[in-house]
Ligand binder design. Structure first.
Ligand SMILES: [Zn+2]
Ligand SMILES: [Zn+2]
Length: 254
């Protein structure tokens, strides 16, 4: 089982792509601009998209993905997300103004995409894996995903700032092998990270003290151009844990 990092940047420019992970061949977790690097054949194998929240950098490839593969699909792509996120897609994307309503195309009986509500506490099984949600703390309702695969568990935090729900949820897991988490801003922009509800290295380091597991920690969502500064600040504050800065194109063997 592989987790392919299609994108994990806080923005675009050069090789940067926004958040999206491909789990195996059929599952996307978030659908940022990195999805556009997949081949048409790879795009047509996607069956499930799990969304952390409704912000554009995490959903922007969905409309074009559907448009690119709709005539090759034998069954719909299912988007799993909280009610708030699905409502945002219906009202602000698939509204015939920004994009056609693919939940009713080519017909309401056999649409290209199905919106499937999911809530914390539920687990959705896909092949060898199961995915569950933990609520986090961001501008809009947002979740982390707990992914149980045959040999372990990884968690992707989604966008978040300081909270207790994520850390209590992580500590309740039987094990935690990989933690993919964000630090969008540097410490100099701590105020901005509080306003926009993201982590900066200081806030993340404080919260990591709550974690009882010893996973490998991967940093994501850095502001473009500040990746090195943010990673160096994290390394100084979180020196006691295995730590990497994740980059687009990496593949994690699970
Ligand atoms: Zn966000
Ligand atoms: Zn984001």
């Amino acid at each position: 089982m592989e987790l392919r990092v299609l994108g994990c940047s806080g923005g675009i420019g050069g090789q940067r792509r926004t958040t999206s992970f491909l789990l195996g061949e059929q599952v996307l977790i978030d659908a940022g601009s990195g999805v556009g690097d997949l081949s048409l054949a790879e795009l047509s194998r996607i069956r499930h998209i799990f969304l952390t929240h409704s912000h554009l950098d995490h959903i922007l490839s969905i409309p074009l993905l559907l448009d690119s593969v709709f005539d090759q699909l034998e069954q719909p792509i299912t988007i799993h997300a909280q009610a708030h996120t699905l409502r945002a897609l219906r009202e602000h994307v698939f509204n015939w103004v920004i994009w056609p309503d693919f939940t009713a195309l080519p017909s309401a009986d056999l649409p290209v995409v199905v919106l499937q509500e999911m809530a914390p506490g539920e687990e959705v099984r896909v092949g060898d894996c199961s995915l569950g949600m933990i609520p986090v703390n961001h501008i809009v309702p947002t979740v982390a995903y707990v992914v149980k695969y045959p040999d372990g568990i990884f968690v992707f935090s989604g966008d978040t700032t300081t909270n207790d729900t994520l850390w209590e949820g992580l500590n309740a897991l039987p094990r935690l092998d990989h933690l993919i988490i964000e630090s969008a801003f540097s410490n100099a922009e701590r105020r901005m990270s509080e306003i926009s509800k993201h982590y900066c290295p200081q806030l993340l380091a404080e919260d990591l003290r709550k974690l009882t597991h010893q996973p490998h920690v991967y940093l994501t969502h850095a502001k473009p151009g500040e990746e090195e500064m943010i990673f160096n600040e994290c390394r100084q504050l979180i020196g006691d844990r295995p730590l990497s800065h994740l980059t687009g194109g990496e593949v994690l063997a699970l």
